[in-house]
Write a protein that binds this ligand. Structure first.
Ligand SMILES: O=C(CO)[C@H](O)[C@H](O)COP(=O)(O)O
Length: 227
């Protein structure tokens, strides 16, 4: 079954605990950490993640859009994240970092910006629990989905299958009712959605509807039966 991870970037930051509760039933809550250096936007850090982890039973999927990921990622595990995604462009030692995150008991995930190809990182895939392919330039919610990322999603799914890995394949940016099927058909199985969830009257229902669309698009796909 497809996993839907609402992004709190599109939530009301003055009511984060309520906004987290509004999507209980989602698989993970996606938490966008931005430092105004790696991306041109500033959001939240370790203390907010710690508070959020106490405010919801939904596990936290922290996406670090920050420099010096090697230094900071372990602190997000300590703060309560169940999955930590670092950008390969911001990590000095991605293999060591992934091993450290796993040793702390969390899922280790690596993200690629749109211009970063997957091929140089094929040998790293067994070190990861999830690979995130950005489908917008990271930094802001509400951007248009980049169709040109679909071949990269397809090639990544082929690599995962070729190596027989359990790796989850996440997409983030512009995922909505009109784009999720294309992502799912290309091989994604974990979907981050910000405005398509929090921009609706009923966020929990939006999560269910997105999951149903993704599942319908991948019915019968051999890789779509996990989780
Ligand atoms: O990482 C992100 C931006 O860098 C966000 O998670 C993403 O953009 C979600 O927002 P939307 O679904 O509205 O595109």
């Amino acid at each position: 079954m497809a996993q839907i991870n609402p992004s709190i970037l599109s939530a009301d930051f003055a009511r984060l605990a309520e906004e987290a509760k509004a999507v209980e039933g989602a698989d993970w809550l996606h938490v966008d950490v931005m430092d105004n250096h790696f991306v041109p936007n500033l959001t939240l850090g370790v203390p907010v993640v710690e508070a959020l982890s106490k405010a919801t039973d939904t596990p936290l999927d922290c996406h670090l859009m920050i420099e010096d990921a090697d230094r900071w990622a372990p602190q997000y595990v300590e703060a309560g994240a169940g999955s930590v995604t670092f950008h390969v462009e911001a990590a000095a030692a991605p293999v060591r970092l992934a091993r450290e995150i796993r040793a702390q008991g969390a899922r280790a995930s690596m993200a690629l910006k749109p211009a970063t190809p997957i091929e140089p990182y094929e040998d790293l895939l067994p070190e990861l629990d999830m690979l995130l392919i950005m489908t917008v330039e990271p930094g802001f919610g509400g951007q248009a989905f980049l169709d040109i990322m679909l071949p990269k999603i397809r090639r990544t799914r082929e690599l995962i299958s070729k190596h027989g890995l359990e790796l989850w394949l996440q997409v983030d940016g512009g995922v909505s009712a009109s784009t999720i099927e294309r992502c799912a058909e290309a091989g994604a199985d974990v979907f981050v959605a910000g405005s398509a969830v929090y921009g609706t009257q009923d966020p929990a229902d939006a999560v269910r509807a997105l999951r149903a669309r993704a599942d319908a698009a991948t019915a019968g796909a051999t890789w779509a039966c996990g989780h």
